[in-house]
Design a protein around this ligand. Structure first.
Ligand SMILES: Cc1cc2nc3c(=O)[nH]c(=O)nc-3n(C[C@H](O)[C@H](O)[C@H](O)COP(=O)(O)OP(=O)(O)OC[C@H]3O[C@@H](n4cnc5c(N)ncnc54)[C@H](O)[C@@H]3O)c2cc1C
Length: 291
């Protein structure tokens, strides 16, 4: 049987309380949200925090999907299942609905949170690629205030984020932009598994031209889960088959996927190309109201 090292348990009653606990208990304290990533790591002794700060009592404050002004705001304690079921998300960001359908299984989706997922910073995590494609921002709170950073800057490396030891991610923000569409394409070995490779695309159309675009990649060894190279191929051009093929090739060219039990590196790089093309094609169709 796998058992974690012993730890002290604290229950936060507010965001301020959680941050005060992080400050008081120091870097050996960890927040626990859904626990679907952290607890398995503790059982395998890949993580051994001395204190766990349970933030589930903050669901009342930090579980929401709402429109404010021209953006959608998602609270950090929103569960995957809530994102999947959200009509606001389905209306504005189909890429997230696409992604949630293929993240894990209902048991994990009922408990795992958006904040926990992106703070885990697993290099194969799906929402990180989708938020990178959407050019989302994340709100990070500390004892001295809040800072808003690009979701692309949240990840500084595998399992490493820009969230400091006495900070907490509280919200994801995504701008609603007229004339845009998005889609997510993932290949997995079996239902509910992590990606062999996945690509997400967001495009904003101005007539027949791509005015802006975001391409997110996961499980492909790409820094910050995005491909500015593929975006540059798309922006300012009509999304013809040739342009989309060039964007797929540009995305694949920056990948550096490991050969592992999910497949050889070359196969994953090929998937990066094909999945990016498919995601762009569907995103454009959605932006133009054809899907
Ligand atoms: C069987 C299985 C299959 C899975 N398949 C997939 C998949 O296909 N695709 C995919 O993307 N993911 C997959 N996952 C991962 C799953 O989505 C995550 O485990 C889960 O959503 C993480 O969220 P959590 O709330 O459980 O985080 P936790 O495990 O509670 O926390 C994870 C980390 O984030 C930190 N943290 C949590 N909340 C915050 C916060 N608000 N601010 C700062 N730090 C915070 C914690 O301290 C910890 O370090 C799978 C997991 C399992 C168990």
């Amino acid at each position: 049987m796998q058992t974690p090292r012993s730890f002290e348990y604290e229950r936060a009653t507010s965001v301020d309380h959680a941050i005060a606990l992080l400050e008081r208990l120091g870097p050996e304290a960890r927040l626990v949200a859904g626990g679907h990533s952290l607890l398995p790591m503790m059982k395998l002794r890949l993580a051994a925090p001395e204190h766990l700060i349970d933030i589930n009592p903050l669901v009342a404050d930090l579980s929401y999907v709402r429109v404010e002004g021209n953006e959608v705001r998602i609270g950090a304690m929103t569960r995957h299942a809530e994102l999947l079921a959200s009509p606001i998300i389905a209306e504005h960001f189909a890429i997230l609905t696409d992604a949630e359908k293929v993240i894990a299984d209902p048991i994990v989706r009922n408990r795992g949170t958006i904040g926990g997922s992106i703070c885990q910073a697993d290099p194969s995590e799906d929402l990180s690629a989708a938020f990178a494609a959407l050019k989302a921002s994340v709100l990070i709170r500390s004892g001295t205030g809040e800072r808003l950073i690009s979701a692309r800057d949240l990840h500084v490396g595998p399992y490493e984020t820009a969230v400091g030891p006495a900070e907490m991610l509280t919200e994801v923000r995504i701008a609603i932009r007229a004339g845009s569409g998005s889609a997510y394409e993932k290949v997995e070995r079996r239902v509910g598994d992590w990606a062999v490779a996945a690509s997400g695309a967001w495009v904003q159309m101005s007539g027949d031209t791509v005015a802006d675009a975001g391409i997110g990649l996961t499980a492909l060894g790409v820094a910050h889960f995005c491909s500015p190279e593929a975006e540059a191929v798309l922006i300012g051009h009509a999304p013809t088959a040739e342009v989309i093929a060039a964007a797929g090739a540009a995305a694949a060219s920056i990948t550096n996927p490991p050969t592992d039990q999910r497949g050889p590196s070359d196969y994953k790089r090929h998937l990066a190309d094909i999945l990016t093309q498919r995601a762009i094609t569907r995103a454009v169709a959605r932006a133009l109201g054809r899907n």
